[in-house]
Design a protein around this ligand. Structure first.
Ligand code: NAI
Ligand code: MG
Length: 331
């Protein structure tokens, strides 16, 4: 029995996570669900956006399906982003963002380093506020482990790895990442490995997205390139993600936020959350079920109603046969 914690969070998180739960329940797998609170609503009620009891529940779980939380635009005393808290608590160093569009031959995966780089939080002001400085931290250890995770994924896919960096300008930080990446990739002789500067990668993703399989890169570059990839393939409504560490639990979440502009209307597209649930199934080694859910979800248009789209997906899940995926773990 796998234990799944559901954290709907704020806004449409509370609409799309129950939809994804219905899809998982329709598969009648040995999954046990527990709900937990986090987010801005939780903070206003309890003074903590990621309370200790939520973390305790997560600690005993195999996986977490996270909706979205709303973050204030300005600093609020005591508020910390729950997803960042989960990533830190469980050392979820790998952020996986697949993008697919079968009609256009796109099936790629961005593997983004999740713990350091320009998002290390080392920013300061100098010259009485006239100069702002950010430090970019790159370590060999974090670079090696993210590239190893990417190589393992590529081995289960089309065996192509693109190492993305800007070592021609950022000679120390990207230089260290590049050297560590090439070093780790040598342990995977079956992979076709290339390196690409990040600006070139952005252009080629737009021009020839079908040529890419797995891209691995540092935190900020990965953040931007994975949104670019999402934009190429149906946008936020179809963009899932996984946050993985060395052990359990892992966190799966749609890329989109709490969408306050449409929250409460029942119109949110549930497919990114359902595709995130498919990544969760992959991770639990339920790759046949994951592939089945993914194929049907990608083939089902969003009707404009969260419930209507979810109903259609569940109906198709029951009527179409489940074909074991020949390639094993899909993403
Ligand atoms: P957003 O992703 O919430 O919304 C951007 C636009 O896309 C909006 O017009 C929204 O209606 C639309 N949209 C997003 N998901 C959709 C869906 N499933 N179906 C239909 N339309 C959808 O990003 P935004 O507006 O920048 O941020 C809103 C709030 O979400 C902020 O408080 C932000 O901090 C938070 N956020 C949280 C994230 C997380 O929890 N991981 C990630 C991104 C933003
Ligand atoms: Mg982002």
């Amino acid at each position: 029995m796998a234990r799944i914690v559901l954290i709907p969070g704020d806004g449409i998180g509370a609409e799309v996570i129950p939809a994804a739960r219905r899809v998982l329940e329709a598969l009648t797998l040995p999954l046990e669900f527990v709900e937990a609170e986090a987010g801005w609503g939780c903070f206003t009620r309890r003074g903590d956006a990621l309370p200790g009891d939520t973390l305790e529940t997560c600690r005993g779980a195999d996986a977490i399906l996270f909706g979205a939380t709303q973050s204030p635009m300005t600093k609020v005393e005591g508020y910390r982003s729950p997803i960042l808290g989960l990533r830190r608590t469980f050392d979820l160093f790998a952020n996986l963002r697949p993008a697919f569009d079968t009609a256009r031959g796109i099936d790629l995966l961005v593997v983004r380093e999740n713990t350091e780089g320009l998002y290390s939080g080392r920013e300061r002001l100098e010259d009485d506020g006239a100069t702002a400085i950010a430090e970019r931290v790159i370590t060999r250890r974090a670079s090696q482990r993210i590239v190893r995770a990417a190589c393992e994924r590529a081995m289960a896919r089309r065996k192509r790895l693109t190492i993305v960096h800007k070592a021609n300008v950022l000679k120390e930080t990207c230089g260290l990442f590049r050297a560590a990446a090439l070093d780790v990739a040598r342990d995977f002789p079956a992979l076709h490995v290339e390196e690409m500067l990040v600006d070139t990668a952005a252009m080629r993703l737009v021009q020839e997205p079908g040529r890419f399989d797995v891209l691995v890169t540092t935190n900020l570059f990965g953040d931007i390139l994975s949104d670019l990839a999402a934009g190429l393939t149906g946008g936020l409504g179809l963009a899932p993600s996984a946050n993985l560490g060395a052990g359990r639990p892992a966190v799966f979440e749609p890329v989109h936020g709490s969408a306050p502009d449409i929250a409460g209307q029942g119109v949110a597209d549930p497919r990114a959350a359902i595709l995130s649930a498919a990544l969760l199934l992959d991770w639990l080694d339920r790759s046949a079920e994951a592939a089945h859910v993914r194929r049907i979800t990608l083939d089902t248009p969003h009707t404009g109603s969260t419930q209507g789209t979810t109903d259609q997906i569940i109906t198709r899940l029951a009527t179409l046969t489940l074909n074991p995926s020949p390639s094993g773990r899909g993403t």
